[in-house]
Ligand binder design. Structure first.
Ligand code: GTP
Ligand code: MG
Length: 318
């Protein structure tokens, strides 16, 4: 009798083969066991899964290890680049990979088959004169998120929960993602999560967007976009910039042009000294600095501890 395993099973199997830690393998095996249809034809698969789970658990306790479950910390880590690291999270087929493919130069697989993405993929996203780092991740499935994805979500500066406006499961999908993030102590709204309601070009998208807004507009910023047509992209990127709470200061060498292509990106509240350090550590010892901007008289002299504002031009004299 055939086992007739669902496609999700094979995706999990795939992820299991690529898993790097026993803890991750254990979570995936447990999830595989959970979703396997239990009937005569799948008996062998079920007993095989049980055997492997027991073996891994035994290994963990023999090593004195405590299984920390979903809250575990993993070594999976992607070093930050650019002005902020954003991790794309969500249910299968939301369009995470398509966003990465269309917003960056990365070339992830995009496909109507759910769970296509099995490992995180990185790309650099340009907004005006700044670059952000975008990370595409394996999809979150019902009641399960890979520990690697959780670690990435926790370490990121911002999370984009990507949902599909083509899907009638939109609200359930969002509830599921929120529940899993909460369970992992990743506070969604406070810690910065935006909802990216993708596939705005799909039939029925407007109605689904209205429903989504009705339930969630109070708790989250919702950005409707189409990765396919590019609709909503600029508003989303502006929202990204604002949420990250950063500013851009432009350096200018005395007697030279302003370097608009190379802003110094700093957190809001940063000082003239932070701007100098952002340029180069040698600038920390500057003799004096002059500044241009909406808050200042042109070329006004500023001290190290003065706060800088978005769009200011600073000239350091060494
Ligand atoms: N119409 C339309 N289709 C889209 C859009 N974005 C993604 N899709 C389609 O939706 C399907 C899923 O897209 P993916 O980017 O692979 O989805 P994912 O979230 O990465 O899903 P996983 O397979 O779990 O990795 C593909 O067939 C895409 O072509 C969009 O903006 N509009
Ligand atoms: Mg994908």
């Amino acid at each position: 009798m055939p086992a007739n395993l669902p496609p999700t099973y094979y995706k999990l199997k795939h992820q299991h083969e690529a898993a790097k830690t026993d803890e991750e393998r254990l979570s995936l095996l447990e999830e595989m066991l959970r979703i396997v249809p239990k009937h005569k034809g799948s008996e062998k698969v079920v007993s095989d899964l049980r055997r492997r789970i027991a073996k891994l658990k035994k290994g963990a306790s023999a090593a004195g290890g405590q299984r920390s479950g979903r809250k575990g910390n993993y070594s999976e880590h992607i070093s930050k680049q650019g002005a902020g690291q954003i991790v794309l999270l969500g249910p299968p087929n939301g369009g995470k990979s398509n966003i990465l493919a269309n917003f960056t130069k990365a070339k992830p697989d995009v496909s109507p088959t759910p769970y296509t993405t099995t490992t995180p993929t990185v790309g650099m996203l340009r907004y005006e004169n700044i670059q952000f780092q975008l990370i595409d991740t394996p999809s979150i499935m019902q009641d399960f998120v890979s520990p690697t994805v959780l670690t990435l979500a926790r370490n990121a500066d911002l999370r984009w929960v990507v949902l599909s406006l083509a899907s009638d499961n939109l609200l359930d999908d969002l509830d599921m993602v929120i529940a899993l993030l909460n369970e992992a102590d990743i506070d969604t709204p406070e810690n910065g999560s935006l909802i990216v309601a993708n596939q705005l070009d799909a039939a029925g998208a407007d109605e689904r967007l209205d429903i989504l807004k009705e339930f969630y507009a109070d708790a989250f910023h919702i950005y409707p976009i189409s990765a396919e047509t590019g609709a909503g992209r600029n508003t989303l990127l502006r929202g990204l910039y604002d949420t990250l709470d950063i500013l851009r200061v432009y350096p200018k060498a005395p007697g030279k042009q302003i370097e608009y292509d190379e802003p110094i990106v700093l957190p809001n509240g940063a000082t003239v000294l932070d701007a100098a350090l952002g340029l180069h550590k040698d600038f920390a010892e500057f003799r004096f600095a002059r500044i241009w901007g909406a808050q200042w008289h042109d070329g006004q002299s500023v001290s190290r501890n003065d706060v800088v504002y978005d769009g200011d031009v600073v000239e350091f004299h060494l």
